[in-house]
Every structure is written in C-alpha cells, then in structure tokens.
Design a protein around this ligand. Structure first.
Ligand code: PGA
Length: 235
C-alpha cells in the first residue's frame, strides 16, 4: 500500500486523473470502477480536461459504479444522474457500457464484472466511519454486491445532497468488500479533517471489521491519496 500526502485536493486530482488517463491510453477497452460523492469530482474534472486535450476516446471503456440508492423519491438524486452530470455527459462514453448495481442485478453484479474481464482501476472515497462504498462497519470482508442498510451517520453526511434528512434513503445496493478487492488496482482519496480518524484506522496496519477500508491493507496495488488534514492523525 502506497500513501501519498499532498497539500491540495487539486494536486491529488492531477495524480489520480493521470493514472486513469494512462490506463485508457494503454487499454482503450479498460474497465473502470467508479465512485460518487464529493471526493472524486475534482479527479473527474481533471480527467475530462486531460482526455479532451489528448483527444482520447472513451467509447470502448466499460464502467461499473460502486453503489446506488434504493427507494429514492426523486430519481434526479440517483448516482446514475450524478455520474451523468459529473463525468459521462462530457465525454464520448457508450451509455450501454455503464453499469450500476440494483435490486434487480445484485445477485449477478459480481459475475457481470468478471464477464467484462474484471475492474482495471477502482476509485474510492472513504466515509468518516471508515466505510467504502456503502460497506458500513461490521460488513464481512468476503461480502459481494448486496443490499446494505445505511448508518444514520452516513445518512446525515449525505443529507447535504437532499432537501431534508427524511429524503435520504435508508438502503442502497453496494459492491461488497470482496467485490472491491477483486479490482486489479485501487486508488482511495481522503481529504479534510472529518476523514482523519477513518484514515488513521485504515492505516493502522491490521484489517479490522470496525473500519471497512482497512481491508485494503491486504491488496497489493493500492494507492491512498491524502491531503494534510486527512493525514493529520497519522503522526
Ligand atoms: P464524500 O463521501 O466523497 O462525499 O466525502 C465519501 C464516502 O462516503 O464514501
């Protein structure tokens, strides 16, 4: 596991987008594992800029998103809409190559990933409670894509995207920890002081069910990108 600490989120977005750019240049049929939330937005923006200036096509790229809400009242709050608005609509993706977990496909989402050759590069954020995707503390490390209950703290954290806490769903379909660990390469970004405790637990060196992100300690190709605030409790 490599840990890279940078001064600003923009520096991190530059490095992460470069990794995605290199992959897409070398493998136009790459399979990307994508995340939503505030964290990946800067990396997506940098990637859009770089792909456009390199005139690289993503028409053969396949994407698998980490998670999707269940029971939304307003579908404009879906992670599918988030991806359209923050990444997909700016590039020449083939919409048929985008995949999101759902109640309908959760039993075979992992198999779909395998059938597409597996995820080449997975991007992750981390929750203040150490979750990755919607794998909350206590989620088994061998979990596959499943229906997950959202912790109250996660719903409160995500309420900023909704007009009230009541509107935040209580359930989501999420890749499991084993699904994420099957990716060939993983990047995790954590910025801001509210992630410092989770980062400290993740990097304590032992896999610990209380911190789902700590499962990453046993993956051979993981890079953790931190800003100074998220890294503040490491020393
Ligand atoms: P954030 O969420 O990127 O919006 O901070 C990260 C997460 O909860 O996984």
């Amino acid at each position: 596991m490599q840990v890279i600490i940078k001064q600003s989120h923009a520096d991190i977005a530059d490095l992460v987008s470069e990794k995605f750019l290199r992959l897409i240049r070398n493998k136009p049929t790459a399979v990307l594992g994508l995340a939503t939330g505030s964290t990946p937005i800067a990396s997506y923006q940098a990637l859009i800029r770089k792909l456009k200036s390199a005139a690289l096509s993503v028409s053969q790229v396949t994407t698998f998103n980490l998670d999707e809400y269940v029971g939304l009242h307003d579908l404009s709050q879906s992670y599918q809409t988030f991806m359209d608005e923050n990444l997909f609509k700016f590039l020449d993706f083939n919409p048929k190559k985008h995949h999101f977990p759902s109640e309908q496909n959760l039993g075979h989402y992992d198999q779909m990933i395998v059938e597409h050759g597996g995820i080449d590069l997975q991007i992750l954020g981390i929750g203040p409670d150490g979750h990755i995707a919607f794998n909350e503390p206590g989620t088994p490390f061998d979990s596959k894509t499943h229906l997950a209950d959202l912790e109250e703290s996660t719903r409160v954290a995500n309420a900023r995207f909704f007009s009230s806490l009541e509107e935040v769903p209580t359930k989501a379909v999420s890749m499991g920890l084993a699904t994420i660990m099957a990716a060939r390469e993983i990047v995790l970004i954590a910025t801001g002081s509210n992630k410092a405790d989770a980062v400290r637990s993740m990097l304590a060196g032992v896999a610990n069910l209380d911190c789902p992100a700590s499962v990453l300690n046993s993956h051979s190709q993981v890079t953790i990108y931190l800003d100074e605030e998220a890294a503040a409790r490491l020393y």
